[in-house]
Design a protein around this ligand. Structure first.
Ligand code: CAA
Length: 257
């Protein structure tokens, strides 16, 4: 598949997707988002890939939705087009997605980052939801996911002032996993991806689904869901391999069956 605004590399069971519109700080135009979703869904069906890294460049993961594309929009055509519905498909990807971010992570860029499952940031990262300064508000999940990630008062501050926060502050509020020097952020994401790529893929998938369940269901329903996933894994060959390897004091070799 050939793309204009993303680059794709597959190595060691890891799918690396790089946003590539550097001249506008990876502003997310409709075509870029469409290409991204297309590729993520392709990776979803590719058994040779177990983990995804989503990244940009040192200067920007993404500076938000493309303002020049949005500026001329009107409400009713926008409503009918419902351009953000495509984002829901990113949330349905069952393989773990690690965001490796640096520089500007703003607006839709922050919303995209929050659709990922783990986030490694460089120390130069600036995160924010500045839509209010454009006279609008987030439209791709910012008010919901940011609030769930950092809590009400910090989310209100970020959303209502539009100010950026540093990677250190984001770490303090539990928005990201780790802050590392700029030359390390991709390597660190790769290291994490390599670790996850060695795990049993079906268990990985069910763990991701169970964790995400916690965001939109009651505790009782979530526990029930988790328990059923746990029992289901007892029909997998990887459960046999994992437990036998432990008992035989060797490293397991998981196949995904
Ligand atoms: N859309 C379109 N173009 C953008 C862009 C965006 N979101 N962000 C940056 N660019 C472009 C600039 O227009 C500029 O292009 P030109 O060279 O052709 O003028 C280029 O990228 C470099 O940007 P700057 O010259 O502005 O770089 P800077 O270092 O001075 O400032 C910045 C960087 C603070 C990120 C600034 O570019 C900025 O504030 N960008 C907009 C951020 C923003 O408001 N994002 C939210 C968008 S709305 C949204 O995302 C809605 C949603 O919920 C999905």
């Amino acid at each position: 598949m050939s793309y204009h605004y993303i680059k794709v590399l597959v190595q060691d069971r890891i799918g690396i997707v790089t946003l590539h519109r550097p001249e506008v700080l990876n502003a997310l135009n409709l075509q870029l988002v469409y290409e991204l979703v297309t590729e993520l869904e392709r990776i979803e069906t590719d058994d040779s890939i177990r983990v995804i890294i989503l990244t940009g460049n040192e200067k920007a993961f993404a500076a938000g939705a493309d303002i020049s594309e949005m500026a001329g929009e009107e409400a009713i055509p926008m409503l009918l087009k419902d351009q953000f519905v495509v984002w829901d498909r990113i949330a349905k990807i069952s393989k773990p997605i690690i965001a490796a971010v640096s520089g500007f992570v703003l607006g839709g860029g922050c919303e995209l980052m929050m659709n990922c499952d783990m986030i490694i940031a460089s120390e130069t990262t600036r995160i924010g939801q500045p839509e209010i300064q454009l006279g609008v508000m987030p439209g791709a999940g910012g008010t919901q996911r940011l609030t769930k990630a950092v809590g009400k008062v910090k989310a209100m501050e970020m959303l209502l002032t539009g100010e950026h926060i540093t990677a250190e502050e984001a770490l303090k509020f539990g928005l990201i996993n780790k802050v590392v020097p700029v030359e390390m952020y991709f390597k660190e994401a790769l290291r994490m991806a390599q670790q996850i790529a060695l795990q049993p893929p079906v268990a990985v998938r069910l763990i991701k689904k169970s964790v995400l369940k916690a965001f939109d269901t009651s505790l009782a329903e979530g526990l029930d869901y988790e328990r059923n996933c746990f029992y289901l894994l007892f029909s997998s060959e990887d459960k046999e391999e994992g437990m036998n390897a432990f008992l035989q004091k060797r490293k397991p070799k998981f196949t995904g069956r």
